[in-house]
Write a protein that binds this ligand. Structure first.
Ligand code: SER
Length: 585
């Protein structure tokens, strides 16, 4: 079965007009580099503007998530993915939407209804509990046990922090060979989310206040990679029909097996990146590798692809990347015909960037080895990182990745400063933007910044004083924190850490800023990550009397502003380094 075609046809038969995917760059939204959800290009129509194709639409949208490139290589994350959606622009609402979802899943995708469970909004002060959706599900034969009522975190959807939004009902599939349990447990990850139906009837402004939209919309989103894995019964997305041919081709080119553990990850990254590269460079936006914005992501993807291909012993001078790109173009041109139109551009962009990088890659890797062997401490300083960038074309993230693999650190902030200085001097590019890698300074980022200090302090209390921060990465959606630690945190340690951070948040601790000399700061016991990079006069942020760190900020004034802190994941980052992903809700 062709899942995309089945989906599109199903909704066409119910009065929806198929519209082509929009381009990959959001219009009128300088805050995101790429489209990350199907609703983004449709925002004006969700707000009331008339869509030329009518009130019922169906599409498959090109989407990207480029914040966490280092997550790529597992079984489920992808840089590029496709999202199927059906849309009501002030036309039908909950009843039709839920009924059609149920019908498509059970009669076209042939999923037994016993294997489905759903979540609906539990209600809060000014938004009622979604009994309406629950009742519709019940009328279709979903038992009460399989309906969970959850809060804002799970069943309220908005892109970013303001815009059209609403409660949603999410549909889960029992993706396990074990017997389907009687009751849905939202914490059991054998229940896999396959579809999200958002009932967009509100607008949230910058201050978080909600008002009714002039029309009630439906925005549903179904990730193609996930539904395909589910329907084909695979735990590894790369084993599905989507990736089968490309993985076989990579096996053929390298003469290695995907199932040889030494190569699995590199093959996944190769496959994922070549597809993302084709989608970015093949878009009509005409993105070319560069040192800023989308072009920088494209450059990083190509350079990362080359590095991983090298790890797989591919002859970089061969046309392997051309061959792989052509396969992707053939596979996807039916839905995104710009790929066919821009074929020559895609192939040339890839080749040119490869040749450019390949000239210095080998030497750069040798330089890295030299640096590694000559380091006094554990940190690659800004000058060395900049040399790798400037002379050998290593994006800072590549240097970081190599450093991680070798148990080293990179002075990224120092690098950033140096990069800026260099740019100002050479006046070549307008501004050096490292979106997706470094913290911005929006409200959420500021909150996460403060949360990072609390987490650092909490880990020291719970796990021990020899925990040290090894890195952090903040976006508006989440924080990531790397720290030295020789074991996987126990559930108990995780819980205690989370509780302690929340206790401090609730205590409403003042965050204060002091300027002092570096010596004074160190004497006072302030924490810091890269002492060598600080000037003689430093800023120290203190939170009540539980944390004191050298830091450039920005921070909130009082921990009360943070909301609730939740650890989403704790995992290994590299030898002796653990990584926590957490959110504020
Ligand atoms: N906007 C929702 C999502 O991205 C449904 O399409 O999940």
């Amino acid at each position: 079965m062709n899942i995309k075609d089945t989906y599109i046809k199903f909704f066409e038969e119910r009065g929806h007009k198929y519209i082509p995917s929009s381009g990959v760059i959001p219009e009128n939204d300088p805050t995101s580099l790429f489209i990350t959800a199907g609703m983004q290009p449709l925002v004006p129509y969700l707000l009331g503007e008339k869509h030329p194709e009518g009130k019922r639409l169906v599409d498959v949208q090109k989407c990207f998530r480029t914040n966490d490139l280092d997550e790529i290589g597992d079984t489920t994350h992808h840089t590029f993915f496709e999202m199927l959606g059906n849309w009501s622009l002030g036309d039908y609402f909950k009843k039709e939407s839920i009924t059609w979802s149920f019908e498509l899943l059970t009669t076209k995708f042939n999923i037994p209804k016993e294997k489905l469970a759903v979540t609906v909004f539990e209600g809060e002060d000014n938004i009622p509990r979604d009994e309406e959706s629950a009742n519709i599900w019940k009328s279709l034969g979903i038992s009460e046990n399989k309906i969970s009522y959850l809060g804002r975190d799970d069943n309220f959807w908005i892109a970013g922090s303001s815009g059209p939004c609403g409660t949603d009902t999410e549909i889960f599939y029992w993706a396990s060979d074990e017997e389907v349990p009687e009751k849905h447990d939202p914490n059991d990850d054998r229940w896999v989310e396959i579809w999200n139906n958002v009932f967009m009837q509100y607008y949230m402004d910058e201050n978080g206040s909600i008002s009714e939209l002039s029309q009630k919309n439906v925005d549903t989103g179904m990730g193609v990679e996930r539904i395909t894995a589910v329907l084909e019964g695979k735990n590894d997305n790369y084993e599905t029909s989507i990736w089968k041919d490309i993985i076989s081709k990579i096996e053929e080119i390298t003469g290695k097996s995907y199932y040889d553990e030494r190569y699995t990850k590199a093959m996944r990254i190769t496959a994922d990146h070549i597809r993302a590269i084709v989608m970015i460079s093949g878009d009509d936006a005409g993105i070319k590798p560069s040192n800023t914005d989308q072009g920088y992501i494209l450059r990083r993807l190509i350079r990362r692809l080359i590095r991983y291909a090298k790890m797989l012993d591919v002859d970089i001078n061969s046309d392997f990347e051309q061959e792989l790109a052509l396969m992707i173009i053939n596979q996807y041109a039916k839905y995104y015909n710009e790929l066919e139109r821009n074929k020559e551009v895609i192939l040339k962009v890839l080749k040119d960037e490869k040749v450019k990088f390949n000239r210095t890659l080998e030497k750069g890797l040798r330089e890295f080895e030299k640096i590694k062997n000559s380091l006094d401490g554990k940190t690659i300083n800004k000058d060395l990182a900049f040399k790798l960038y400037d002379t050998y074309g290593f994006p800072i993230e590549l240097t970081e990745e190599l450093a991680m693999e070798n148990g080293l650190l990179v002075d990224k902030n120092g690098f950033k400063e140096k990069f800026k200085e260099h740019q100002e001097k050479s006046r070549t590019a307008s501004a050096g933007k490292f979106k997706g890698g470094l913290a911005g300074d929006g409200i959420m980022e500021t909150k996460y910044h403060t949360a990072t200090h609390l987490l650092n302090a909490a880990l020291k209390k719970v796990v021990g004083n020899d925990v040290h921060q090894m890195g952090s990465n903040i976006t508006a959606e989440r924080m990531r924190f790397d720290f030295s630690c020789d074991h996987k945190l126990t559930d108990d340690e995780k819980k205690q850490t989370e509780d302690l951070v929340n206790k401090w948040i609730n205590e409403g601790l003042e965050v204060t800023k002091q300027i002092m000399s570096k010596d004074e700061a160190l004497k006072s016991g302030a924490e810091c990550m890269f002492i060598e990079k600080y000037p003689d006069e430093v800023t120290v942020y203190s939170i009540g009397d539980i944390s004191k760190e050298l830091c450039g900020g920005p921070h909130v004034n009082n921990t009360k502003e943070l909301g609730h802190f939740k650890i989403k994941k704790e995992e290994s980052s590299s030898a002796g380094v653990r990584r926590i992903k957490a959110i504020l809700e």
